[in-house]
Design a protein around this ligand. Structure first.
Ligand code: SAH
Ligand code: SF4
Ligand code: F3S
Length: 454
């Protein structure tokens, strides 16, 4: 009988993709993925360390799993992802019921480590190497026809993530990622293309290329000559048959150049949607963050980009309450938001992270002040997002269908807005993966609603 693995995922798209990879790897060792921790033989907690006392939250979740293990002692518990990388052996020492700790670049070891636990060769397993010259293992083989039978997903989702690089060399002063994911490494072009081709052949219609800093694909620690520039990579992926939409995340503003901007005008499958995290509208704060650009330089790039692709929907990330952020500096962030008018944004209260330089910075901002700034920023963003969406009233939007019910469905626009649609009399129901046109009848700040057009 198949063994069951329950994988609990926190954090970014990279972690979601890593969870998929772990599921696929374990599929080859006779595991199927299950939704219930109670019925699982193996529970993997794929952790994120980006903010907010992440490690404490992981320890408290692991505490709950201790009780489950006490009731059912043949269950194995593993911790992976960024908190596993950061805390390492401490997890094993503090949590005697944890069997396995696997770092962010050691996923491929999972089946072997489980075998060694099973055979009794190891009583507990830890794999944490972050090797700076280590090439990304070619996980695309897991998607080949012959390896698919036991995989966790029998139905093909419309949208999938594809890693193009690992790690980050930017060392923004607030950020834990360079420590948890290691140095920047680009994945060979041929591996990426094979993965996208396999996915497209299985019916995947939208691909999002993933990296912490995709603009520097191929520039650092490249496994030359197997890599190219990021715009060339985009061009190669855009040609793959069956692909209807292409996106990428995340871009660093300092590395955004004209060649990449032009891709938004040249490549039809590349969605006019761009996530370009600004973090702050104050050049002084940006300097303390070690972001490598000023607010003015960011605004210039936005103007250039809009000159090339006027309908581009810009999204961003903001951090409020960075150490030493004055009211005036925060107001500069509000002003930048006003002037760029982002389609959407994610905004966070600054939090100290292990090893990040800003943790040692003076003048930490009080929680209440951070909370108050966050809500001012978010209410301005909501107004702007609503305005963007209201402008779409009575207009037609192209939607990639993700879900269908009897007389209705849901999908996303090329600008990544969630769109709910209903069918009109005698229209045939679309299938998942179709592109349909929807006339917008209702606009909210986070979604749109409308009627499907024939
Ligand atoms: N590589 C991407 C994003 C990485 S993390 C980039 O360079 O933009 C995602 C977001 O989390 C960041 O954009 C930032 O806004 C937020 N973040 C990162 N560290 C943080 C911290 N210590 N406190 C609060 N927010 C943080
Ligand atoms: Fe973190 Fe900066 Fe790297 Fe993004 S670019 S992952 S924010 S260090
Ligand atoms: Fe979190 Fe690690 Fe991603 S810290 S945001 S899971 S890279």
């Amino acid at each position: 009988m198949d063994k069951i693995v329950h994988i609990k995922t926190f954090g970014c798209q990279m972690n979601e993709r890593d969870s998929e990879i772990m599921g696929q790897l374990l599929g080859r060792s006779g595991y199927v993925r299950g939704d219930e921790p109670e019925t699982a033989d193996l529970i993997l907690v794929n952790t994120c360390s980006i903010r907010d006392k992440a490690e404490q939250k992981v320890y408290s979740l692991l505490g709950q799993l201790r009780d489950l293990k006490a009731k059912k002692n043949n269950i194995r518990i593993g911790v992976c992802g960024c908190v596993a990388q950061q805390e390492g052996r401490k997890i094993i020492e503090r949590m005697p019921h944890v069997d396995l700790v696997v770092g962010t670049q050691q996923l491929y070891q999972l089946p072997v480590l489980l075998d060694r636990l099973e055979s009794g060769e190891l009583s507990r397993a830890v794999a944490l190497d972050l090797n700076p010259v280590f090439a990304i293992p070619p996980f695309q083989h897991l998607l080949r026809e012959e390896n698919l039978q036991k995989n966790e997903k029998k139905h093909t989702p419309v949208q999938r993530y594809v890693n193009i690089m690992q790690g980050c060399n930017n060392f923004c002063s607030y950020c834990v990622v360079p420590y948890t994911r290691g140095r920047e490494i680009s994945r060979p072009l041929a591996d990426i293309l094979e993965e996208v081709r396999l996915l497209a052949a299985q019916g995947v219609r939208e691909i999002t290329l993933l990296g912490q800093n995709v603009n520097s694909y191929g520039k650092t620690n490249a496994v030359a000559p197997q890599v190219t520039s990021f715009p060339d990579l985009l061009r190669a992926v855009a040609e793959i048959e069956g692909l209807k939409r292409l996106r990428f995340t995340t871009s660093h503003p300092k590395d955004l150049d004209l060649t990449l901007m032009r891709c938004f005008a040249e490549l039809e499958v590349l969605c006019p949607h761009f996530h370009l995290p600004v973090q702050s509208g104050s050049s002084a704060v940006l300097a303390r963050m070690n972001r490598g650009y000023t607010a003015e330089a960011y605004l210039d790039k936005v103007e250039q980009l809009r000159g090339i692709r006027p309908d581009i929907a810009l999204a961003t990330d903001f951090i409020v309450g960075f150490p030493g952020e004055t009211e005036e500096e925060f107001v500069e962030t509000l002003q930048l938001l006003e002037s760029v008018r982002f389609h959407s944004s994610f905004s966070f209260k600054y939090s100290d992270r292990p090893q990040a330089r800003a943790t040692a910075f003076p003048d930490k901002i009080a929680e209440e002040v951070k909370g108050e700034r966050l809500s001012r920023l978010q209410s301005l963003q909501n107004e702007i997002s609503l305005q963007w969406n209201t402008n779409l009233m009575h207009k037609e939007v192209e939607v990639l269908v993700e879900q269908v019910q009897t007389q209705a469905g849901r999908g996303r626009s090329s600008a990544n807005q969630v769109v709910y649609f209903h069918l009109q009399a005698d229209q045939a129901l679309p299938v998942v993966g179709d592109l349909v046109r929807v006339q917008i009848e209702h606009a909210g700040p986070h979604s749109l609603r409308g009627a499907m057009l024939s």
